[in-house]
Design a protein around this ligand. Structure first.
Ligand SMILES: [Zn+2]
Length: 286
């Protein structure tokens, strides 16, 4: 169940990072359990000397078993657990920074993920329901206008707009990578013209699926088919969130906050985020 308090509820809009989710490049996660952790902690202790000579003697004593700390030395015979991961910055729920789109944006060097204003990442949220769209159907300006009319809402500057396609439910199936609708470039510009800085989708990508874009490009040799939405970001400064989840769990299409602070990776094109909706007050009873 979602975290419930008297004053607010937090709804998790992120996918967990796990190799069971469909990705082109799977994350590698090595789990160091509490027992293995003891041996590694013991080893780290003996090699953390400043002098090489001392480290050498410590290692010698360690391997002779004289200066060895292992799991038997810890209470309950277990020590600390941790993980080592090898992962693409675009795996799982993440924000793309302007740097991802190109080295320059609006004539200046593009912002990397550590440089984007955090004010962009905490703002009023609005969910636009596009679940009626088929995978190959573009989400156009008329669709966004209709969705806003349906919920009687006008998008305002700095809103965080969340495009709900519903395809996150298939994140463990192969089709998650290939079958989803995306907004078209006109629709993206329509949102940016309203002063929006962060737009999210619960689909694998913010542009159409790779194979559809590549197919159209190879047929026509027209560059306009290659990642058009991402490339809008060379002329217009904005971020998008990919691989959101659970947008249907937000009890209201607007009237909630979104927090989507990316992990601070120096000079990176993207950062993973635990994106959440924060629902307050009367809406808690819905
Ligand atoms: Zn990305």
């Amino acid at each position: 169940m979602d975290n419930v308090s008297n004053k607010y509820r937090i709804i998790d809009l992120s996918l967990p990072i796990e190799s069971a989710n469909q990705e082109f490049i799977l994350p590698k996660i090595k789990f160091i359990n509490h027992k293995k952790g003891a041996n590694l902690l013991g080893l780290a202790g003996v090699i953390s000397e400043r002098s090489t000579l001392k480290t050498f003697f410590n290692l010698l004593l360690y391997f002779l078993g004289i200066k060895k700390v292992n799991c038997k030395d810890f209470p309950d015979k277990i020590a600390l657990a941790w993980e080592e991961i090898q992962i693409n910055t675009h795996t799982g729920t993440h924000l793309d920074a302007p740097w991802h789109f190109g080295p320059y944006c609006e004539g200046r060097p593009s912002k990397t993920i550590d440089q984007i204003p955090l004010e962009w990442c905490y703002a009023d949220g609005v969910v636009l329901d596009m679940r009626y769209k088929q995978p190959k159907q573009p989400i156009a300006v008329e669709d966004l206008e209709m969705a806003c009319r349906k919920i009687n809402y006008s998008i305002k500057p700095r809103d965080i707009v969340l495009i709900m396609t519903g395809v996150d439910k298939f994140c463990k199936e192969r089709k998650y990578l290939f079958k989803y609708p995306a907004i078209n470039t006109e629709a993206l510009l329509w949102l940016l013209d309203k002063g929006v800085k962060v737009i999210g989708t619960d689909a694998w990508g913010f542009d159409r699926p790779f194979k559809d874009m590549l197919k159209d490009y190879l047929k026509s040799k027209d560059k306009k088919y290659l990642w058009p939405n991402h490339l809008v970001g060379r002329g217009r400064e904005y971020c998008h969130i990919e691989k959101l989840a659970n947008l249907d769990k937000i009890p209201t299409p607007y009237g909630f906050k979104v927090a989507c602070f990316p992990i601070n990776i120096k000079n990176a094109s993207a950062g993973w985020a635990r994106v959440v909706a924060i629902v307050e007050g009367e809406l808690l009873t819905k």
